[in-house]
Design a protein around this ligand. Structure first.
Ligand code: NDP
Length: 311
């Protein structure tokens, strides 16, 4: 058994289809009380960024992700988000594996947004607006395309050249932010914005939003109008109540955890706007890592070679 898996190896072993299934199962386990998982510990690094410690344990695995976020790395060769994931045996407690966690972070976040989009957006959604052009923008484009047939994809990003590059890559249209959001059926926010960039008055009635970028007690991408217009779904109530400035400051009520909807414990909201507020929780990382570990250990087949994976 290879005990250390680098990013290339993780990429070779992690298939999107299996990842979506693993995230669906993991969120159901979490929302039915079968995962031991505290809200993560976030250490602020004097303005340079933060260091997160994200442990969890459930019947399949014990593990933790250690993650750093250094926003000033943007534009350099070093990514803004870097991580490792450690796995231990739930039977004996022995360490099983250490693997790169950056690619898992990029893909599991998008996979969970795809599940939210599948459950919450209108099935006939045709127009997707992606706000942001970084790592998460790319994985979200890929993952959301697995659950909806978009006829038009719009891109906005703060830096015009980055928007142009991303849009050319995915054959999308660059637009000013308001134009991109108006009439979009699904909106994805994947930026490091500190202040709201989306005005709720721009939203099309019946829109589904995946709000992914604003993690922590201060950062926001959506204004209060956007938040209050929608039925709100999160991964974890305790995490959202502690880590989402958007939820805390707007005072919106959380309708459900995504795992409750996936497990059939809460009905899908019918009609109206829906909002999935993503923060990222440990069980997503550990379940994704466990999937990779089983592939590496030979207890699952590696995915067939694929063409152009985004991350
Ligand atoms: P990248 O560094 O790859 O991309 C950052 C993006 O944010 C770029 O498109 C950049 O635009 C944009 N941006 C930066 N500052 C601002 C600003 N002040 N206003 C508007 N846009 C801005 O990061 P990732 O793609 O990896 O992550 C994107 C966001 O998602 C981050 O906030 C991150 O913390 C969050 N995240 C959330 C996860 C979750 O589980 N919910 C998991 C991982 C990340 P440009 O380049 O055009 O300037």
């Amino acid at each position: 058994m290879q005990r250390i898996l680098d990013q290339d190896e993780v990429a070779r072993l992690l298939s999107w289809e299996e990842l979506l299934l693993a995230m669906e199962k993991a969120l159901q386990e979490f929302s039915t009380g079968r995962v031991v998982q505290p809200v993560r510990t976030l250490l602020s690094l004097n303005g340079a960024g933060w260091f997160g410690v994200m442990p969890c344990a459930y019947r399949e695995a014990i593990g933790a992700k250690l993650v750093t976020v250094f926003p000033e790395n943007a534009g350099r060769d070093v990514p803004t988000h870097q991580a490792v994931i450690l796995l231990f045996s739930p039977d004996t407690g022995e360490p099983l594996c250490v693997m790169d966690g950056a690619l898992i972070t990029a893909r599991r976040t998008a996979a969970v947004s795809a599940l939210a989009t599948r459950e919450l957006s209108r099935p006939d959604s045709e127009v997707l607006a992606i706000l942001g052009s970084g790592v998460q923008a790319r994985t979200h484009f890929h993952a959301l395309g697995m659950v909806r047939q978009f006829k038009e994809v719009r891109v906005w990003s703060r830096t015009a050249a980055n928007a142009e590059r991303f849009a050319a890559e995915i054959r999308a249209r660059v637009m000013p932010i308001e134009k991109a959001v108006r009439d979009a059926d699904v909106v994805v926010t994947v930026t490091n914005a500190a202040q709201p960039i989306v005005d709720g008055n721009w939203l099309k009635p019946g829109v589904h939003i995946n709000a992914v970028g604003s993690v922590g007690p201060v950062a926001r991408e959506l204004d209060d109008t956007a938040l209050r217009s929608a039925v709100v779904v999160v991964e974890s109530r305790p995490a959202a109540e502690r880590e989402s400035a958007e939820i805390v400051q707007s005072g919106v009520r959380i309708y459900a955890e995504l795992g409750e909807i996936l497990a059939g414990l809460k009905p899908k909201p019918l009609g109206g706007n829906t909002l999935y507020k993503s923060l990222g929780i440990a069980v997503e990382d550990v379940a994704a890592a466990y999937l990779v570990y089983r592939k590496a250990a030979g207890s699952l087949q590696p995915p067939a070679e694929r063409g152009s994976d985004p991350a």
